[in-house]
Design a protein around this ligand. Structure first.
Ligand SMILES: Cc1cc2nc3c(=O)[nH]c(=O)nc-3n(C[C@H](O)[C@H](O)[C@H](O)COP(=O)(O)OP(=O)(O)OC[C@H]3O[C@@H](n4cnc5c(N)ncnc54)[C@H](O)[C@@H]3O)c2cc1C
Length: 479
């Protein structure tokens, strides 16, 4: 008599950013034989060039602003040994070489930590450039910098594609890595740009414009729309634009940059209406393109959009039953948190574990400007367009006792609740550290809590989250 032992399911993952990393850990935890192929470093763009470095840079910008703002709260600065003994107003000077060294070190460390975590979970790591070989495996070129030699083939039952995206390059403004830069090239700057032109006022453009202004650069933000942060909550965008201009940023709205070229001393941006802007450096923040070209997706029968994004369902499955995709290369939201959730969902589904399909409506997101903008659930725009029936309540933070004590003048909380039932369906928080304040609202949206349930939950007095409870109380439905 022969016994057939069930062999382990073999999973091959292409790309080691948040999507691939989480898929690998979940797959290994569920008992699969997991191989991950990565060409650069574990952690992906999220760790090496995007989230970790940008948020570390922003931490320095927040510290610089805090010193400036401390004076308003009565903190005085003195020069040690200065004979007059009179307080001075500090001039902030940021050592960008030290800042960039710090954030690159942090990124490397985080990447190493994640690599160690994968290894201890038993995931096999292959460094190399990979492509799909139909739907049954991945071909890897392991010789650095080559695409045609030294091939390995990873045979697999299930594939996960999580290859991320790279900055969009415009032919009329090609980055040279010195003066015209993508965000991945910013960290080689040795000193703060005298005058940084930022092309693009989406999340990435707004975050870097905000940070570099706080670090002492003159900043011109070129926005093709009426307002910065197109697509985000309109009230939040107004607050941010006001703060930007009050802090001396030059915001050029409805201005499309036709070209950016180098001059002898810096850069020259030419706008579509013929105006020109001269600066020392230019950051191009005009979006990303998915890394899905020439990796065998079409040949494998995986459906993509015209923009090259992989079509996935709510458990991250593609049009091919044993191929999953996660992260920025998919039609989902381009956020590290979403990539991770997709990676996990893919594995739970492939391994037959319990899986709750991802609901993008529950995604909490944050824009790390100063103040920050955190959002969750349905938006005001969608409510006003009649996509969902909802009530809106907004409270200015300037009325919140804790905000007054902290000297916070800009920002608000806004709550959205279903008409009739009072179920919380979304909200916006514009405040310092809004990213840390949104979680209770995300829980309320996820757990379908009513405004009364939120209002009955104790908040600390005094606290910024007290405004969430106040807004919920104001939305009480009288029955
Ligand atoms: C400036 C900036 C700041 C951001 N800040 C935030 C934030 O604060 N919070 C947040 O949630 N999101 C943030 N994001 C978005 C976040 O970075 C992405 O959503 C996240 O990186 C997506 O993860 P991923 O796994 O899809 O791809 P990635 O992180 O891009 O990883 C993909 C990996 O695949 C590898 N790869 C690609 N092709 C191949 C191949 N053929 N063979 C082998 N390996 C390959 C790449 O080397 C890379 O390591 C930010 C983005 C930017 C640009």
């Amino acid at each position: 008599m022969t016994y057939e032992f069930e062999r382990k399911q073999r999973i091959a993952i292409l790309g080691g950013g948040p999507g691939g990393y989480e898929a690998a850990l979940a797959g290994a935890q569920l008992g699969a034989d997991v191989t991950l192929v990565e060409r650069a470093g574990i952690g992906g763009s999220a760790v090496l060039t995007d989230v970790v470095p940008s948020k570390s840079l922003i931490a320095t910008a927040v510290a610089a602003n805090a010193i400036n703002d401390a004076t308003d709260l009565g903190v005085q600065f003195f020069l040690r040994g200065h004979e007059s003994g009179a307080p001075v107003r500090p001039e902030i000077a940021v050592n960008l070489t030290a800042v960039n060294n710090r954030l690159l070190r942090l990124a490397d460390q985080q990447s190493e930590d994640m690599k160690a975590e994968l290894k201890s979970a038993g995931v096999r790591l292959i460094q190399g450039e990979g492509r799909l070989d139909g739907t049954s495996g991945i071909i890897v070129s392991t010789a650095p910098g080559t695409k045609g030699t030294d091939f390995d083939r990873v045979e697999a039952d299930t594939l996960v594609v999580s290859v991320g995206a790279t900055p969009r390059i415009l032919d009329s403004a090609v980055p040279d890595g010195e003066r015209i830069l993508t965000w991945t090239q910013l960290y080689s700057l040795r000193s703060t740009p005298e005058h940084l032109i930022v092309v693009g006022s989406g999340v990435t453009g707004a975050e870097f414009a905000s940070a570099y202004r706080a670090l002492g650069s003159e900043v011109t933000l070129i926005s093709s729309r009426d307002q910065v942060l197109p697509g985000e909550d309109a009230d939040a965008a107004v607050v941010i634009e006001n703060v930007f201009t009050r802090h001396g940023m030059n915001v050029l709205s409805k201005s499309r940059a036709d070209s950016v070229v180098r001059t002898e001393t810096g850069v020259l941006a030419t706008l579509s209406d013929g105006r020109t802007v001269e600066g020392s450096h230019c950051l191009m923040a005009v979006g990303s393109v998915p890394n899905t070209a020439d990796i065998g997706l079409a040949e494998a029968g995986v459906q993509m959009t015209e923009s090259g994004h992989i079509r996935v369902n709510r458990v991250a499955r593609t049009s091919m039953p044993n191929v999953y995709a996660a992260g920025d290369c998919t039609t989902s939201l381009p956020l590290a948190s979403v990539a991770s959730m997709q990676g996990r969902a893919a594995m739970f589904h492939a391994m037959g574990d319990a899986v709750i399909p991802i609901d993008l409506r529950n995604v909490a997101a944050n824009i790390f400007t100063q103040p920050e903008i955190a959002t969750v659930g349905w938006s005001q725009k969608q409510i006003e367009a009649g996509e969902v029936d909802g009530q809106i309540h907004k409270l200015e933070l300037s009325k919140n006792p804790r905000a007054k004590m902290m000297g916070i003048t800009d920002g608000f909380v806004k709550l959205f609740a279903s008409t009739g039932s009072g179920t919380v369906i979304g909200g916006v928080i514009v405040a310092p550290n809004a990213s840390e304040l949104i979680y209770p609202l995300a829980l309320a949206v996820n757990r379908r809590m009513t405004v009364d349930q939120v209002a009955r939950t104790f908040s600390v007095y005094p606290s910024l989250t007290g405004s969430l409870a106040d807004a919920a109380r104001a939305m009480h439905v009288v029955r």
